[in-house]
Design a protein around this ligand. Structure first.
Ligand code: ADP
Length: 369
């Protein structure tokens, strides 16, 4: 018997290494945390041009990737071993803040293993039928990439378990008295999940990944290398020290670094001769309201609210989100990770607290409690 074609909205399906469009935003304004990390904090989604810009700058092989040394080493061994055995790779999970290279590494892994890639995202897979459509089109060794995997619904998640473990799915057709469960064998594939919130993944789903990789913020040196490579690809003329200057203000994030490079390129072409100089970089970033540490207006508002409205904290994330008129997810995914990393915010059981360094940076007096 043949399973009926699943009904309902079709899952997003890409067979190229194009990034999944953020269809079901969890932010009211219609953009996702991934976009917000590009600091497009407005109703405007990333323009297509910007997406093309990013895609063209994406490294294609492990050797082309910069930073994440540890993860790259482990991946290169896993890929070599899988090739030697002639087997598909084990299921993998990449987790870490947006813009650090989860999608890039997924494409690199598929490319290195010589596998086709199909992409979707957690919010796009609403029903078991959506996943069924994806899985039945998969060939041996293909990579199925699910971005924002922590946002899969429970029924979809449970539907995926046997696919990951036993390479089969139990698909129910019809309902009530006529309901029938069809056991559908699949081809062996590799599921690669990406998430900014590994903590929100259920234990059963997490335990079904054979490899879990945490991506960390990049050092200024690594970002300088990434920017030099991007500048070369974009055929930009950079004076000495300019990639470092941008790297230092990129919040440890390649996506932010590439985005700032683009802003500086625009500025250089309009206000200068097109060459990137220190002065051009400083002026362009000043116009973007990016300060010496790479903090933007939203970061500063977050810190100021904590310092002034909540007397330095502790303050709950919901309260801060309400004060700023922002989504809690934006603050947790986009703003906080870097502020925690540079020691400007402390997370305690009672809430968020501002640190002395943050107050000094903003020129505020720390409130005595
Ligand atoms: P994520 O999926 O974690 O949100 P992406 O994989 O989309 O992040 O990466 C954002 C951009 O940063 C990519 O378009 C790519 O140009 C750049 N990038 C990410 N990782 C690297 C890397 N290791 N080396 C060079 N560029 C990178």
């Amino acid at each position: 018997m043949v399973a009926q074609a699943p009904h309902g909205p079709k899952p997003i399906l890409h067979t190229t290494n194009y990034r999944t469009p953020p269809c079901c935003s969890f932010l009211q304004n219609g953009y996702t945390a991934d976009m917000a990390i590009g600091r497009v904090i407005s109703a405007q989604a990333l323009s297509e041009a910007e997406e093309t810009f990013n895609v063209s700058l994406r490294p294609k092989s492990l050797d082309e990737c910069i930073g994440q040394q540890n993860v790259r080493e482990k991946l290169s061994i896993a890929i070599a071993a899988a090739k030697k055995r002639g087997e598909p790779l084990e299921h993998m999970l990449f987790y870490g803040p947006p813009g650090l290279g989860k999608t890039t590494l997924t494409n690199v892994v598929a490319h290195e293993r010589g596998a086709r890639i199909r992409s979707s995202s957690g919010p796009a897979l609403v029903k078991a039928g959506d996943v069924m459509g994806l899985l039945t089109n998969i060939n041996v060794g293909d990579v199925l990439f699910i971005d924002e995997i922590h946002r899969l619904s429970t029924p979809v998640e449970e539907f995926i378990y046997p696919a990951m473990e036993d390479v089969r799915v139990d698909f129910t057709v019809d309902s009530g008295l006529h309901a029938k469960t069809i056991n559908f064998p699949l081809k062996r594939f590799t599921l690669i999940g990406a998430t900014t919130r590994a903590g929100l993944l259920s234990a059963p789903l997490r335990s079904r990944f054979g490899m879990l990789y945490h991506l960390d913020f990049y050092t200024t040196g690594e970002l300088t290398e990434i920017l030099s490579r991007s500048a070369q690809l974009l055929k930009l003329v950079c004076e000495e020290g300019t990639p470092e200057r941008i790297a230092a203000r990129s919040r440890g994030t390649p996506r932010v670094a590439n985005r700032l490079l683009k802003r500086v390129r625009d500025y250089a072409q309009v206000k200068g001769s097109g060459t990137l100089s220190i002065e051009i970089v400083d002026n362009a970033l000043k116009m973007e309201q990016i300060d010496a540490l790479g903090l933007d207006e939203l970061d500063r508002s977050f810190l100021r609210a904590l310092a002034t409205v909540y007397n330095g904290g502790p303050a709950g994330i919901e309260a801060l989100a309400a004060t700023l008129g922002e989504e809690r997810d934006t603050l947790e995914d986009v703003v906080e990770p870097y502020l925690l990393q540079i020691g400007f915010v402390r997370r305690t059981k009672r809430g968020r607290e501002i640190t002395r360094q943050a107050c000094e940076h903003l020129g505020l007096e720390q409130q005595k409690r």
